[in-house]
Design a protein around this ligand. Sequence first.
Ligand code: FRU
Length: 496
Amino acid sequence: MTSQILRDARKYEETMEKRIGSEERPGFHLSARVGWINDPNGFSYYKGAYHLFFQYHPYNSHWGPMHWGHAVSSDLLHWEYLPAALAPDREYDRDGCFSGSAAALPDGRHLLLYTGVAKETQADGSIREVQTQCAAVGDGMDYEKYPGNPVLDEKSLPEGGSRFDFRDPKIWRKEDGSFRCVTGNCTEDKDGRILLYSSQDGLHWNYEKILAENKGRFGKMWECPDFFVLDGKGVLLVSPQDMFPQGFEYHNGNGTLCLIGNYEEETDSFAEERNQAVDYGIDFYAPQTVQAPDGRRIMIGWMQNWDTCNLHSPEQPWFGQMSLPRELSLEGGRLMQKPVRELEQLHTEEVRHKNVTFTDVIRLEGVRGRKTDMELTVRPGDRENIFRKFAVRFAQDDIYRTSVSFRPYESIVKVDRKFSGSRRAIIHQRRCLVRDRGGEIKLRIILDRYSAEIFVNDGEQVLSATIYTDLQADGISFFADGIVSMDVVKYEIREA
Ligand code: FRU
């Protein structure tokens, strides 16, 4: 039975989305249907389509009691909204349906596993949010909460585990048909760790072990884990809160960490070997992956940063967008990310310029736009005397510009959105240390009205940033301090 709270949300979103013109939102990135969204949830391939749910507060553009919004897509780029899937309408989730995941059950139904949040008054009078894991089962459109909820609560925590920070179950099915899930948790003193649970039917769960522990290294509570095997290694993605920067890694406070190591399938043990940041830009958090029918591991993240997102007016009709879905692989022990290849099917109006050798500022014929996929192959115009700086400026007119610059002597790529329509003193720049290739670099820059994603050297690193620039600012120009030689391949992105 659909509750009144869910019916209200469904009615509200259907009415209010009509007030948002198509130009007011991204063309090929998923954005809030109306109101606020954060983490991607329940990313799954079910009944022939990709399903993506998301943390959702439809009633204004700020975080509030969490619902699950819902969208489907056949190509990961065109998303069709479906009615909201979950609302905070039960005792155990009355204060929010927090993040979680989805999988098909053996009988063909779609299982959602999410975190139920319920406030509880403590002995000292303070109020804290108790978090449990809950299930809902449905057909890809409507979901019934499981009568046995919650399916995991404090009784399933290892010693010292906080019941106030126990959330974001990510489920997967093993080859033998059994289920596993990882959840975020921390100790009473806020040291993050990832718990592993197992189940035969997706509804009855047993605690297995601590899969990975922070031990004070990366921030505090670990949110939104995802665990999978990629190119023979175990990969754990996790989003720690309150991280210290380390060198050029982890500059976002709350950011996403990738741990790569050996995974032993039989015992479900994971031995960490390396770590790296997932995104080196400004806006990226809480990603989730799905395995596509063709075997690709595809990741999508929330393209925002908790520290910069609550500064806008509540009247704004929507807030929050997802990153481009990215294909993951491992190369030389590093996580590589590429935009999903489906994007190429939307390419139109190809423009190519080869061996453009220049110094100072140039513009190139046919190179402009705000919904574009542009690859720049940059090299020194004079090998004896490598240029000092290269920059590309986009979303540009007399008032606005966003830039990506590269300084080969420092091996630094920088994104700067100072002039991208922001009226606040939020974070506008981020620098990233890239591999030294003697002044060569490849930058693939994908623009979609209100964002820029920069893939460096075929996906060795990615920098994502949202922008607020007026849409008429569609200029693109290039700058060189020294002599640069460059190839440009640029496409417009078709919408429908
Ligand atoms: C991460 C997060 C999750 C939680 C959700 C609440 O961004 O804090 O841990 O489930 O957002 O909206």
